[in-house]
Design a protein around this ligand. Structure first.
Ligand code: BGC
Length: 261
């Protein structure tokens, strides 16, 4: 697919931006009002192609932008390390992403300026902008629990990008292989069983990084009141405010602010 879809396009609104969050099961996009961090209109979700090769994902991204009639800057998250717009890891996406220059690839599919960043980094930035004060205060570790475990390290709201502590070995396994929400589903763990695994991972993170708080995002953060009570580490753990919206909102912010990791 090419990016010639101009028939529905109106000039984009100045205070708005557009974010796309590429996940393991869906690719989701929405226009975002940056004054409020809210979506403008509906979010569009298209199933992640299988295999999720760079070209297949790029086509879906272009389709979302075209269907939404957006013609301003676009922010795009990937579940990967992004350095100088080059994809450097692929834990939960097709391995053929590694080494891809996202600007070179996506400019063949999009005719608007865009930026690509790590999904957890984007979500962390959105929490800084629209979430609780706790996220903007001191050293904070933001985590997303989903297909994998993503992390954003924040110091007084400033991001240290591309931390990948979901891959830290805790005990005998990578953290995300024992405590992501995908693992909870895959192994049909009871909430308490799974929460204990999360606690073990947080205990290790606490000992190594000593943040003033952990902020937990991802779909499962919606049920935090059900599993948060099983956590027993000393550091405060709070649920993210933006929940599943954070990736898209953070991507939109990055596009507008010209953040280009
Ligand atoms: C990836 C990270 C990503 C996280 C959440 C991990 O497997 O390595 O880059 O942020 O999953 O999607």
């Amino acid at each position: 697919m090419t990016a010639q879809h101009s028939q529905h396009q109106a000039p984009h609104h100045e205070g708005h931006s557009f974010g796309i969050d590429v996940g393991g099961s869906g690719i989701k996009g929405a226009e975002v009002d940056l004054a409020t961090g809210e979506f403008v209109g509906d979010r569009l979700k298209i199933a992640t192609p299988k295999p999720a090769t760079p070209e297949a994902v790029a086509e879906v991204i272009a389709q979302i932008v075209a269907e939404k009639g957006w013609n301003g800057p676009v922010g795009i998250t990937l579940p990967a390390v992004i350095k100088n717009q080059v994809v450097r890891s692929a834990a939960n996406i097709d391995k053929s992403w590694i080494g891809i220059n996202a600007q070179e690839l996506l400019s063949q599919f999009l005719d608007t300026p865009f930026t690509v960043l790590n999904d957890a980094d984007a979500a962390g930035l959105a929490e800084v902008a629209y979430g609780d004060d706790i996220v903007r205060t001191g050293p904070v570790i933001f985590l997303t629990l989903g297909t994998g475990i993503g992390s954003a390290f924040l110091l007084d709201g400033q991001l240290f990008p591309n931390t990948e502590i979901g891959h830290l070995i805790v005990g005998e396994q990578e953290a995300e292989h024992q405590a992501s929400s995908a693992v909870k589903d895959r192994e049909a763990l009871k909430t308490k069983q799974w929460a204990k695994r999360v606690n073990r991972v947080l205990y290790e993170y606490e000992a190594l990084f000593n943040p003033s708080a952990f902020v937990i995002g991802g779909g499962i953060s919606r049920k935090f009141d059900k599993w948060g009570e099983h956590l027993s580490i000393e550091t405060p753990v709070v649920a993210a405010q933006l929940r599943n919206r954070a990736g898209i909102v953070g991507a939109a912010m990055a596009a507008k602010e010209g953040i280009r990791p």
